[in-house]
Write a protein that binds this ligand. Structure first.
Ligand code: FE2
Length: 233
């Protein structure tokens, strides 16, 4: 059965956080929680009677700080992160093809989708794919810093994401235009950067973007590699 996640938003960084839980099951997983929303997120879990099993990160973010470490310490959930993102304190280091099991037989398939960062992962659960900054709605994450690669992003989109069933719902890590969900079929046909472009055309397009450096980058990346906890703590 297809089930939608609960989608939560951080207006300061336009970041989406997701809570995954199946009906009748008390176990939950949270993806990409944001530092100053830790109380909001715990309140949602409490309201819904959910116990957190895992905290997942799609990558080491450059634009906001995670609350993964705090949520882990407060709930006893395990932090599960991409093995290629340098997030050493997480107890589960994920590789391509891993399956995260929680609750009453729930399974999340781990897909390595490099490009925005070398370690970036996407997560597939019950007809949904959580794409981090690899695939956004009508866009994609930048590839010009933090081990990014436009070539890798193109390959991840074409060979890992666009091969999922067309009806798979796409839940990105960010949206800056008020959109909340898309589908693989829609993005395959209409994504402004990826649809109907060769790899070479895509690489040229990404190289010409000339984006400003994220304001929080020097703080956020090292903080996120420590699950958002103070260093030494
Ligand atoms: Fe990012």
């Amino acid at each position: 059965m297809n089930i939608n996640p609960i989608q939560l938003f951080d207006a300061a960084s336009s970041t989406f956080t997701y809570i995954l839980s199946a009906p009748g099951d008390s176990a939950a997983v949270i993806i990409d929680p944001v530092d100053h929303h830790w109380r909001r997120d715990l309140d949602h879990l409490k309201r819904l009677g959910l116990d957190l099993a895992y905290i997942l990160e799609t990558h080491a973010h450059a634009d906001h700080v995670t609350s993964a470490g705090r949520l882990r310490d407060l709930t006893g959930a395990k932090a599960a992160v991409p093995s290629g993102c340098g997030i050493a304190p997480a107890e589960v280091q994920l590789a391509d093809g891993d399956v995260i099991r929680f609750g009453n037989g729930e399974q999340i398939l781990v897909l390595h989708t490099p490009g925005h960062t070398a370690g970036s992962m996407s997560y597939v659960w019950r007809g949904n794919v959580f794409t981090g900054d690899t695939l956004l709605i009508d866009g994609c994450g930048r590839t010009d810093f933090q081990s990014g690669s436009a070539e890798d992003l193109y390959d991840s989109a074409m060979n890992k994401l666009f091969v999922l069933p067309d009806a798979t719902r796409v839940w990105p890590a960010h949206d800056y235009k008020g959109q909340s969900v898309s589908t693989i079929g829609w993005e395959k046909r209409h994504n402004a950067r990826l649809a109907n472009r060769s790899k070479q055309e895509f690489v040229q397009l990404m190289a010409a973007l000339d984006l400003p450096r994220p304001k929080l980058m020097d703080i956020a990346v090292p903080a996120n590699q420590n699950l958002g906890l103070p260093h030494g703590g």
